[in-house]
Design a protein around this ligand. Structure first.
Ligand SMILES: *Cc1c(COP(=O)(O)O)cnc(C)c1O
Length: 393
């Protein structure tokens, strides 16, 4: 008879393509009953067969079979030794920055996610961990920011919301020279389009709230460690101590989302290409930020390190009134925060995602009051364009 020890008996699906790995996960099915959908193990604790004996599970903060399936699936998809699922992308990034010690220094992408900005500034600043923001698409700027105490290079690529692209392998080799860790927030492209660990990064993080979950229905985060067991152990201790693990039901939602990740990403990619081209041709649109344009400054790097452009577009319109009109008049498209779901969402970075970024910094970056960001969904592209066209009138 099958027993619970089978839960540790998974394979990495070596030889299968990404799409098949996404569908079949780590264990894929539940060994005891054969359930094709990994069940939601809604149990806080696990009964021990006897003294000194264990099923492999003790308490769900430490390990839960549903969460474990998600963590292993993500390790397989990103190509790392160990994955961790957190209650949010913020919690995932908190765990990564917690690897640092007082006195350490971090270099980060300058137009990084607002929440990450808050973590390094407000949370870790008081522990004596310092940081510098640089344009990571400029390798000379990255080198110039290095200090003797630099221990981590934290990269978001493409950046949010200006769609700058950083060369992951070049940054990882700079980091190796100085014995620092390279961390990539892979939220925007997911491992379907970009695999930072195979490009030399040490750690990948995600807000799986976005494309991995893909349905705007829950908040969660992922960390995957490439090959360093000591780092994986530290993150395990962090999750166990902070209690920032993902709940079983949410783990199941993200697992379900991942099964369709490749088909959704392909559609996001196709739709965004059409919408970006259309926006660029509109007289009221002054500038479109989209990594799939052949004349994008970092297009060569994109073509080298990714297999798709994703679904994110930012654009500047002629004036604040136009921006306001779009936000008020879109119909199918929703004016809402977040990204990566099936629905097309439009956000207003200056007061939403980048509310806490100082005004001078925003203006310098181009995040003005006529700047909008759009997460192109998987609806029919013609409907998305028709909605924008009407709202722009
Ligand atoms: C949303 C987001 C986060 C934060 O994730 P939550 O799931 O909202 O906590 C971090 N990084 C990026 C790039 C994001 O888009």
């Amino acid at each position: 008879m099958k027993n619970f020890s089978n839960y540790t008996d998974f394979d990495t699906k070596e030889g299968l393509h990404f799409e098949s790995k996404a569908v079949h996960g780590a264990l894929g099915t539940e060994p005891l009953t054969g359930a094709v959908s990994m069940p939601i193990f809604q149990s806080a604790t696990f009964r021990h067969p006897g003294l000194g004996q264990s099923t492999g599970y003790a308490y769900s903060r430490l390990d839960n079979p549903t969460r474990q399936e998600l963590e292993r699936t993500m390790a397989i998809l990103e190509g790392g030794i160990r994955g961790f699922a957190f209650s949010s992308g913020q919690a995932a990034n908190m765990a990564v920055f917690s690897l640092l010690d007082p006195g350490d220094h971090i270099i980060l992408s300058d137009d990084i996610y607002g929440g990450t900005f808050r973590i390094v500034g407000d949370v870790f600043g008081k522990y004596g961990i310092t940081h510098t923001y640089v344009d990571m698409s400029d390798l000379d700027a990255v080198r110039a920011a290095i200090r003797p105490e630099t221990k981590m290079l934290f990269v978001e690529t493409p950046t949010n919301p200006l769609m700058k692209v950083a060369d992951i392998s070049a940054i990882a080799s700079i980091a190796r020279e100085i014995n620092a860790l390279t961390v990539v927030d892979n939220t925007f492209l997911t491992p379907y389009f970009q695999k930072p660990l195979t490009l030399g990064a040490d750690i990948v993080t995600h807000s799986s709230t976005k494309y991995l979950g893909g349905h705007n229905d829950t908040i969660s985060g992922i960390v995957v460690v490439r090959d360093n067991q000591a780092i994986a152990d530290k993150i395990q201790v962090h999750i166990k101590s902070h209690g920032s693990q993902l709940a079983p039901f949410d783990s199941w939602l993200i697992l379900r989302g991942i099964k369709t990740l490749p088909v959704r990403m392909d559609r996001h990619n196709e739709n965004a290409k059409k919408v970006a081209a259309w926006l660029r041709s509109h007289p009221k649109v002054k500038k479109v930020y989209y990594v799939g344009f052949e004349d994008h400054r970092d297009y060569d790097v994109t073509m080298r390190q990714t297999t798709g452009f994703g679904g994110m577009i930012s654009f500047t319109v002629d004036c604040f009134e136009t921006a306001k009109n779009i936000l008020q008049n879109v119909d199918m498209i929703m004016f809402a925060e977040s990204l990566g779901g099936t629905e097309t969402l439009i956000t207003y970075p200056t007061t939403q995602t980048h509310e806490d970024t100082p005004k001078a910094v925003k203006e310098a970056l181009g995040i003005t009051d006529s700047f909008l960001r759009m997460s192109v969904g998987i609806e029919n592209a013609d409907d998305i364009i028709a909605d924008l066209k009407r709202a722009l009138q």
